[in-house]
Every structure is written in C-alpha cells, then in structure tokens.
Design a protein around this ligand. Structure first.
Ligand code: ADP
Ligand code: MG
Length: 261
C-alpha cells in the first residue's frame, strides 16, 4: 500500500514543485512505484513531468468532481520512460481553479481525493501530492489524504514565521479530519552555505525541530531551475548535477525513513 505525502508550504516559490517532481523521479530511479498528483491549478508539476497540461483528457479536476477515476486520468511521459525514471502523473490545469467553487456544496468535499486515491493505493509505493501555495479546499483535500507532510523551506529569516502557521494548520487538520497526519520532515532547499544567515537559520531549525529536519540538504543549483523548460525533472535533465544528486540522496533518505516508521 502506498505511503501518501503532501509537499506543502503556504508560501509560493519555496521549491514545492521542484521537490515534488525531483523526489518522484528520484524515487523512481531507486526502484519505487510512484504517482505524482498535481493539486495546483498552475500545473507546473504536470508540465515539469513531461505532460502537457493543455492536452489532458482527464485531470485531477475530473477526479475531484467524480467524473473520472484516477485509473482513467493518470498518464506517463515518454521522456521519463526513456530516461528510466518514470512515474505516473495525475495532472492539473487551470480548470482546477474552478473546483474550489464547485466543491462548496458537495458532500465529503474535503475527502474526495482520499477516496479516489484509495482505489489505486496498491499500484504504488509512494504517492506525492504537490500542493498550491494556500490553505484552500484543494490543499485540504491533500492534507486529508496524506500520511504525512514534507515541508520544503529556504533558510531565510521569515521562513520560521511561516512554519508556525503551517504547523498550526496541520494540528487542526489532525484534530478534526485526519488523525494520521504528521509532519514527516523539513527539507532545506535552495541552500547556499556561503550565506551566513542561511547557515544560522539551518542551525536554528535543527535545534528546534531536531530529527524532523531531513539530513539531506538541497543546494541552490541552476540545473534544477533549467529543467522545467525541457519538461523533465532535474534528476532526468542532468543526473550528474549537484541538485539532481541531492534529490536522489533525498529519495533514498525517504525510503529509509519510511522503512523505519
Ligand atoms: P513552489 O512550487 O513552492 O512555488 P518552485 O518549485 O516552483 O516553488 O520553485 C520556485 C523557483 O525556484 C522555480 O523557478 C524553480 O526552478 C527554482 N528552484 C527551486 N529549487 C531550486 C534549487 N534548488 N536551485 C535553484 N533553483 C531552484
Ligand atoms: Mg508550485
């Protein structure tokens, strides 16, 4: 049965999507069966996985509105198959922005994704959900479905402030909707050790959150930023780059952590 993780942080531009697609590719590379779910109407994780969001026959939108199953809507990019690190994609596009409103009046609206994922959970070892930068009904669907949350964060001054809000939200979801939900870990991303402030924030994180901070650190690396324009994760685009290697190391760390749970 798949372990299901949300990649969440209500701030935009902190590396959620980059982490989702590269962790998916890294896990695939080390032999795990992975489904990547794009819960952001921007569809960046879809495009960054080699799937054209404008050409989707069915998307996460259809799944949330129960007009399609995940088995019907999931796709795999040929580019990733050719590279030997392929994972399935449940894609998103702008249509998803409308789901928020359309779900207002339906039953079990925050549990739609959970029910749909239950049908395919046996097909995968990991299901990764790329969340939008907000606490919307979409993110709530993600948090209700998941066993845990991965929080990518930049080691900057305000990062700690945002973290408190996110952790409070997760506590509320755990109390009211999903008792299994836990913060699996904080992932330091876009890290530049030459910047003293980043080193200081990193040290503070480890002091406060101890073993909740992943050992792997993702460096700032231009190859990771270039990869989306080629429609592949950095792990596929330039496997030898420091960024790609860090994400594969992170995938191994995740596999080890899950085995130890
Ligand atoms: P989010 O999904 O949280 O909005 P993204 O993953 O889209 O964030 O990342 C925001 C920007 O930062 C993107 O342009 C992305 O390519 C870039 N980026 C993310 N991680 C790295 C990294 N480790 N090194 C360099 N650029 C990165
Ligand atoms: Mg994103």
């Amino acid at each position: 049965m798949a372990r299901i993780f949300c990649i969440a942080n209500q701030k935009g531009g902190v590396g959620k999507t980059t982490t989702t697609v590269n962790l998916a590719a890294g896990l695939a590379k080390v032999g795990q069966r992975v489904l990547m779910v794009d819960l952001d109407p921007q569809g960046n994780a879809t495009m960054g996985s080699g799937v054209d969001k404008r050409q989707l026959k069915a998307s996460i939108y259809d799944v949330l509105l129960e007009s399609s199953s995940i088995a019907e809507a999931r796709v795999t990019s040929d580019k990733l198959v050719a590279a030997g690190c392929s994972y399935d994609v449940l894609g998103a596009n702008r249509e998803l922005a409308g789901a928020e409103v359309e779900l207002v009046d339906v039953e079990r609206r925050e549990r739609r994704l959970k029910s749909a994922l239950a049908e395919v959970a046996d097909d995968y070892d990991f299901i990764l959900i790329d969340c939008p930068p907000s606490l919307s009904m979409l993110t709530l669907n993600g948090l209700c479905s998941a066993h845990g949350v991965l929080v990518p964060m930049q080691c900057e001054y305000f990062a700690l402030e945002g973290l408190t809000d996110l952790i409070n939200t997760i506590k509320q979801v755990r109390a009211n909707m999903n008792k299994d939900l836990a913060v699996i870990g904080l992932l330091r991303v876009m890290f530049d050790p030459r910047i003293t402030l980043q080193q200081q924030v990193s040290d503070q994180l480890k002091e406060h959150f101890t073993d909740k901070v992943f050992d792997t650190v993702i460096p700032r690396n231009v190859r990771l930023a270039e990869a989306p324009s080629y429609g592949v994760p950095g792990v596929v685009f330039d496997p030898a780059s420091k960024g790609a290697q860090a994400y594969v190391a992170f995938a191994r760390e995740m596999v080890a952590r899950i085995a130890a749970l």
